[in-house]
Write a protein that binds this ligand. Structure first.
Ligand SMILES: Nc1ncnc2c1ncn2[C@@H]1O[C@H](COP(=O)(O)OP(=O)(O)O)[C@@H](O)[C@H]1O
Ligand code: SF4
Ligand SMILES: [Mg+2]
Length: 355
């Protein structure tokens, strides 16, 4: 599904395989960790794409590839139409300014021996052209103010701040170079629930203020709901379903997304009673040994023979192609369908998959 605004990032066929080796003297490659295994998406200007999936499905690897902290094994990344995948040296440095990352853990991502002023101003040391030396201090104070911190605290150290405040410091640092794209890798996962909403609201406000485009990563669908315009659900290195907020939350057609949604708390007891509960059986397979055909089949309660033989493409499923509506969005399942409203006994989807 395409964004409604002009694309800032276009990712196509993105792959990252880490070699799996054995031996010390004679290091031999015996396989590969297929961390990211063919990912395509487009991020529109001013838009937020939420990327959601269980731990280990490749979210952080996607984030690192987007920010050039890792090199892809295959595939391409375009920024404002320009292929930036193979850039190096000065050209790469110039592009990197525009794509900044906010990290998951505000406790370990800030150097404890640096003051907040030095942390937030560090990007200016790497990109001195971004701000004249005499002006950097003033800019850092302004950044602290923008993220809701007291500029008077510029000389304090990270341990003097709470978790939520530390994540604000991480956000201020990401904004120092006035990027167009911010890749936030589980920015609130390490925070208390009450603080999570504050940080998400802050990011929402900053997006409007600075015309930012976000890739917002989370392991839980409920976290991105408030902020994402579109959502991509990942499983074992691939996107299995993607669509607008309403298409994913109200009209999911992929069994994996349906299972994730069934785990999201619903405050309304009546709605809760109506909703199907799907408990996924088994563990996520290892990314060194991905199942044939549909990679979700070992945990899917709907799996049939075809699922082991054919890889389902990420596209609008044939059943929905002729019927425009919210169910007609990209879903990589041979048997994609909406879950009927009803209780789990009727559906018989207790998650006793084929194993
Ligand atoms: N540098 C690496 N070398 C080998 N395997 C890696 C490396 N980084 C990540 N992986 C593996 O790739 C898979 C995806 O990891 P990651 O992108 O961190 O997932 P997520 O962020 O969704 O939890 C995991 O199985 C992880 O162990
Ligand atoms: S293709 Fe088959 S195994 Fe995969 S999600 Fe659909 S029904 Fe389940
Ligand atoms: Mg991660």
């Amino acid at each position: 599904m395409a964004p409604t605004t002009e694309p800032v990032l276009q990712v196509s066929g993105l792959v990252k395989h880490y070699p799996l080796t054995r031996g010390i003297l004679f290091r031999r490659q015996i396989g590969a960790v297929r961390a990211v295994d063919g990912v395509d998406f487009t991020l529109g200007r001013g838009e937020t794409l939420g990327i959601v999936g269980e731990s280990g499905c490749g979210k952080s690897t996607v984030a690192k590839l987007l920010c050039h902290l890792e090199r892809p094994t295959a595939g391409s990344i375009r920024f404002r139409g320009e292929d930036i995948t193979g850039l190096s040296g000065r050209a790469l440095k110039a592009v990197r300014r525009n794509i900044q990352m906010v990290f998951q853990d505000p406790y370990t991502s800030l150097n404890p021996r640096m003051t907040v002023g030095d942390i937030v101003g560090e990007p200016y040391e790497i990109h001195p052209e971004a701000a004249p030396k005499g002006e950097r201090r003033r800019r850092v104070r302004e950044l602290l103010d923008v993220v809701g911190l007291n500029p008077e605290h510029i000389n304090r150290y990270p341990h003097q701040f709470s978790g939520g405040q530390r994540q604000r410091i991480g956000i201020a640092r990401a904004l120092a170079l006035r990027p167009e794209v911010v890749v936030a890798d589980e920015p609130v996962s390490a925070l208390d629930v009450s603080v999570q909403a504050q940080v998400i609201n802050l990011m929402d406000r900053l997006q409007a203020e600075f015309a930012l485009s976000y890739v917002f990563i989370a392991h839980d669908l409920s976290v991105v709901r408030h902020i994402a315009d579109r959502v991509a659900v990942m499983y074992l290195g691939r996107i299995v379903e993607t669509g607008s907020d309403a298409e994913i939350y109200e009209h999911a057609t992929h069994p994996y997304t349906q299972a994730l949604l069934s785990a999201v708390p619903v405050p309304d007891p009546e709605a809760r009673a109506r909703r199907a509960r799907i408990i996924l059986s088994g563990d996520v397979p290892s990314p060194t040994d991905i199942p044939s055909g549909c990679r979700f089949r070992t945990r899917c309660w709907k799996a049939r023979e075809r699922c082991a033989l054919e890889v389902p493409p990420l596209a609008v499923p044939p059943a929905f192609r002729g019927t425009p509506g919210p169910a007609a969005h990209d879903s990589a399942c041979h048997f994609a369908e909406e879950l009927p409203a009803g209780d789990c006994a009727e559906l018989g989807v207790h998650g006793n998959g084929p194993g």
